[in-house]
Unconditional design. Structure first.
Length: 235
């Protein structure tokens, strides 16, 4: 694979020929193929933004956000809706979890810097929505992503089927205290040429802090609100 930096600030792309078959070594003395090639990886796209100013003022906590998208061949392309997805899930998802979180950690300064996380997947038009879910919703991805990023919370998510170039909004929340409302935020992820019809894009995202200027309270300190105690306000 060849690593290149595009002219789009903050984006680093690792790309391989998607048409090239995975070559498996026949001789015991040969080097094993890279994990990236074994899972049919075509490209990795890293996006990062730094919030400098919001509403004319520098935030008290200047957070950085990043997303890493992996573009790979759909391992279940051409299978039917009753096909067992478990074998490929257990083989592919752990590799993705490691690849994506390693790059998030590098982009955001390490595990101690990351405070919020989220995940997402986009399957191409020739695949099933369940194919996207298989790569992010099982312990082979979710548990490892949580472990590698030092989290405890369930990881919030988004998934969809789309043509190449579609943008997906990835939700994030606090990695250890999911009820921390200040860290409810999103980051948009998009790969201009993916997913192709027979591909899947898997995304891991994270933030080093809260939204700019958070001031809407917290779920743990909110008063109890019901329709009964708001009777005078409701129509």
């Amino acid at each position: 694979m060849q690593e290149t930096v595009t002219d789009f600030a903050g984006t680093r792309i690792l790309e391989a020929d998607p048409e090239a078959p995975v070559q498996r070594k026949a001789d015991a003395g040969d080097q094993p193929i890279p994990a990236e090639a074994a899972i049919g990886l075509r490209k990795l796209v890293l996006y990062r933004d730094d919030v400098i100013m919001e509403a004319g003022r520098t935030p008290d906590t200047a957070a950085r956000r990043a997303s890493v998208a992996a573009v790979l061949r759909n391992p279940w392309l051409g299978t039917g809706p009753t096909a067992d997805l478990s074998a490929a899930t257990s083989r592919v998802a752990p590799v993705l979890a490691r690849l994506l979180t390693d790059r998030l950690l590098g982009a955001l300064g390490g595990v101690d810097e990351i405070e919020a996380f989220g995940k997402a997947a986009i399957v191409g038009t020739a695949g099933e929505l369940e194919h996207a879910g298989a790569l992010i919703h099982t312990p082979y991805f979710g548990n490892l992503m949580r472990e590698f990023l030092g989290g405890e919370s369930i990881i919030c998510f988004a998934d969809t089927r789309a043509d190449a170039g579609e943008s997906l909004v990835v939700p994030l929340w606090h990695k250890t205290h999911a009820a921390t409302r200040s860290h409810y935020q999103t980051i948009s992820a998009r790969v201009p040429d993916a997913p192709r019809a027979g591909e899947i894009v898997v995304i891991a995202a994270a933030s080093t802090g809260p939204r700019p200027h958070p001031r809407i309270g917290d779920r743990l300190t909110d008063p109890t609100i019901t329709s009964q105690n708001l009777e005078t306000l409701l129509p």
